[in-house]
Design a protein around this ligand. Structure first.
Ligand SMILES: Cc1cc2nc3c(=O)[nH]c(=O)nc-3n(C[C@H](O)[C@H](O)[C@H](O)COP(=O)(O)OP(=O)(O)OC[C@H]3O[C@@H](n4cnc5c(N)ncnc54)[C@H](O)[C@@H]3O)c2cc1C
Length: 368
């Protein structure tokens, strides 16, 4: 069996892309050891605006958020719940941003928050929580799920061969911050894993809405709430040292206690995983530059020229990536998967801001 597309990684990006490509009529297989076994399975999966002054990332996230609400609600309404959000500033810089956002009417404001914080705050209806694993499973729908960790991909006779067993015309790497299957230094330098821990707790305190300050706290349902997450750029699960769950739990409970008092807390479950962040904080999608072939055709000086001419580079044939969503994977996935599937199937252009190719000329400028 030769698939039209093989997707490596069944996190939110791989699953959403599988859904979009199937919708366009392609036969898709998705490979992973388990659905949502990476960062996506660990996520609290809050959908909320980016509360900051300005910038490309804020614009992207706030655009993606509207698309995410409408996509998830219209197709998979049973796996998304809308709750009001009380977002409280954790420092003066953020307080200024919140004041500005309120002045500019950037988010719909609700009256009567459950309590009035000392710090600047926004109380808004623009917020939801996705059931992370159930959403990924639902998205995979009719795609073939292959329970298999891919060790090697190789292009032979115009097809991608996966571990000498499976074949596909196109391959998409949606592997998050886990091991890269294509060894390109410019890519390895552009991405880093940010380890995160979240917990489900039981508490006798009633939390009526989502609360974000030093971490995200979900509303209580049946006496249960989710607290997340930690941000650790040093720990990596593939490095061999065990993770200290007790220290992670203590950090989460300590951070929650700076916002509200939680009574009679019992930790029910831990979730851990890696977020994949890029050095410019923006996600990346599209074809991957083949640096060896590109270096054969251009001098370093030509490659350093600004603005870079992405269309002249050499690329791996029929190989694509979707990655770098950092802490906003569930917000960004519908928009990223729409753009990437539109590019793969209909030849639509990906905005240069999001193209994976941007890391290559930047690497050349910094290293030669
Ligand atoms: C604790 C925590 C809390 C978070 N909270 C939120 C939140 O509230 N809101 C939000 O929007 N985002 C949140 N995020 C971020 C979000 O989870 C990520 O942005 C998202 O998971 C990225 O999805 P992905 O599909 O790119 O990567 P992943 O979910 O990491 O998926 C990559 C998948 O690829 C698989 N894989 C890798 N290599 C191979 C291979 N060789 N063969 C087969 N499979 C392979 C992995 O097993 C993994 O399942 C959080 C993340 C963490 C860790």
């Amino acid at each position: 069996m030769v698939y039209d597309v093989a997707i490596v990684g069944a996190g939110i990006n791989g699953s959403l892309l599988a859904y979009k490509l199937q919708e366009k009529g392609l036969k898709v297989a998705v490979f992973d050891k388990e659905v949502a076994s990476g960062g996506s399975g660990a996520a609290g999966a809050f959908l909320s605006p980016k509360f900051s002054k300005s910038g490309e990332l804020k614009e992207l996230i706030n655009t993606a958020l509207d698309e995410a609400f409408s996509f998830y609600e219209s197709r998979f309404g049973e796996h998304i719940r809308f709750f009001p959000l009380l977002h409280i500033a954790k420092n003066e810089k953020e307080a200024q941003a919140l004041r500005l956002m309120k002045q500019n009417g950037e988010v719909p404001l609700l009256k009567n928050p459950p309590f009035i914080p000392k710090e600047e705050f926004v109380y808004t209806s623009k917020s939801a929580i996705v059931d992370a694993k159930a959403m990924c499973e639902a998205l995979l729908g009719r795609a073939v799920f292959v329970q298999h960790v891919v060790k090697n991909i190789e292009r032979k006779k115009a097809l991608w061969h996966i571990d000498e067993v499976y074949k596909a015309h196109k391959i998409i790497l949606a592997t998050g911050a886990y091991k890269h299957l294509v060894h390109e230094t410019y890519l390895e330098k552009a991405v880093r894993g940010i380890w995160g821990h979240r917990i489900d707790i039981k508490t006798s305190t009633t939390i009526p809405c989502s609360i974000h300050q030093y971490l995200s706290i979900s509303p209580t349902q049946g006496g249960k709430s989710a607290l997340g997450a930690t941000h650790d750029v040093h720990f990596h699960p593939q490095a061999g040292t065990p993770y200290d769950y007790e220290a992670g739990r203590a950090e989460l409970l300590q951070n929650a206690s700076k916002t509200l008092v939680l009574e009679n807390v019992e930790v029910l479950k831990d979730y851990v995983g890696l977020r994949s962040g890029s050095f410019d904080y923006l996600p990346f999608i599209g074809k991957l530059v083949d640096s060896e072939r590109t270096f054969e055709r251009f001098s370093k000086t030509e490659l350093m020229r600004k603005p870079p001419r992405f269309e002249t580079f050499s690329y791996y044939e029929n190989l694509y990536v979707i990655n770098g969503s950092a802490g906003y994977g569930f917000v960004l996935a519908p928009l990223l998967a729409r753009l990437l599937s539109g590019s793969i199937v209909d030849g639509e252009e990906i905005p240069s801001l999001l193209q994976a190719a941007r890391f290559f000329p930047r690497y050349v400028r910094r290293n030669f």
